[in-house]
Design a protein around this ligand. Structure first.
Ligand code: SF4
Length: 358
């Protein structure tokens, strides 16, 4: 980061969005003394958000398990023996019932996740019907369905979809250590289709998969250098599930996780930086550090199929102890997630790292 940029932040002036970060610049941010890094991230956070507000998000799995992909972290891949049973795509009526419950509970956005490599063309009208019906309830809609063609993205947009979640997983240099059934370019191409269709993007990655610091910087670089910053950036900490290849991986140093949050905040100042998978294993103190580092969104709920999530009471107690409050509900489908925009969905089924980008 240049001296000028840093001076602007310190003076409370918004820094221009950048899409030309080099890996070495990002590594230099990671190498800052922790107090300096947190100060810079907190300064950027205040330029765009009320740091006392945290957005809460939940997700409904509309099709669980049985996925043909080989993501080494994922209990929903059919090739790993993790005890996750495959289900069929839910019926629209059942999804609608969940959506009504979500709305009654104050939800403004409803995210639907399916464990697919990509939807088959015959699946798209079914999901489109869900989107139309959920939208008709007055909810914003979000989906995570795997890779999309341009036509599929447009069909979902036409049905009323607002957001699409598609994570980059990890650094391009590390990608084939984690996934062999696709390439990172496949992800980038889907994100292009999603943007071209006029959908908003939710895109982040997973850390703690054995990547190096350089590769962690590479993941954030790829996200920040997308043509537009994702509206939401979920940062997942690997949840090690027995039966997956990454079970037994050395865990990421919690301070390195905080650094990842802080650097994401600096690189993508207007995005919602979301604490996603792995939060249930974090102490209250570690979560507090993440909020200081600029995280302003969490998953909220307790019914994750394979790994759980801190329960509502614990979250509310933590918010109260830290003087935080859920972000105000203000649905504005025409703009990005910004202060005053809430992302309150319903969470129902599995640990799904790709979806936890949602
Ligand atoms: S992360 Fe998604 S694409 Fe990968 S195996 Fe799991 S469900 Fe399939």
């Amino acid at each position: 980061m240049s001296v000028v940029s840093h001076a602007r932040e310190a003076a409370g002036q918004p820094t221009p969005l950048r899409h030309d970060w080099s890996r070495s610049e990002i590594e230099a941010l990671f190498a800052l003394p922790m107090p300096e890094l947190l100060f810079r991230a907190a300064s950027v956070h205040r330029q765009h958000f009320d740091p006392a507000e945290v957005q809460v998000s939940t997700l409904l799995s509309v099709k669980t398990g049985g996925c043909p992909e080989d993501c080494s972290y994922c209990p929903q891949a059919q090739r790993y023996h993790t005890g996750v049973e495959a289900t069929k795509l839910m019926e629209t009526d059942a999804v609608l019932e969940k959506a009504r419950q979500a709305k009654a509970a104050g939800a403004t956005r409803f995210c639907m996740g399916a464990a697919w490599r990509s939807p088959k063309d015959r699946d798209v009208p079914k999901v489109a019907a869900m989107i139309r019906e959920v939208k008709a309830l007055g909810l914003e809609t979000c989906a995570t369905l795997g890779m999309l063609t341009g036509d599929q993205a447009r069909a979902l947009k036409d049905a009323g979809l607002d957001y699409y979640n598609h994570n980059l997983d990890t650094d391009p240099e590390f990608y084939d250590s984690i996934i062999q059934t696709r390439e990172i370019q496949d992800r980038l191409t889907t994100l292009e289709h999603v943007r071209d269709a006029g959908l908003k993007t939710c895109c982040g990655g997973i850390v703690g998969m054995g990547e190096t610091g350089r590769q962690r910087a590479g993941l954030l670089r790829t996200l920040a250098n997308l043509p537009s910053h994702p509206d939401s950036v979920p940062i997942n900490r690997l949840v090690q599930v027995e039966g997956t290849p990454l079970h037994g991986t050395e865990e990421i140093d919690p301070f390195d996780f905080v650094r990842t949050i802080a650097v994401a905040r600096i690189l993508m100042p207007r995005s919602m930086v979301r604490l996603s998978a792995g939060r249930q294993d974090m102490s209250d103190e570690l979560q507090a550090m993440c909020f200081l580092a600029g995280a302003n969104s969490i998953f909220y709920g307790e019914q994750l199929l394979t790994t759980g999530n801190p329960d509502t009471e614990r979250d509310m107690a933590l918010f109260a102890r830290l003087g935080l409050r859920p972000m105000q509900v203000h649905v504005d489908a025409e703009h990005h997630d910004h202060p005053g925009t809430a992302h309150v969905d319903i969470i129902e089924l599995p640990q799904h790292p790709r979806s936890f980008a949602a």
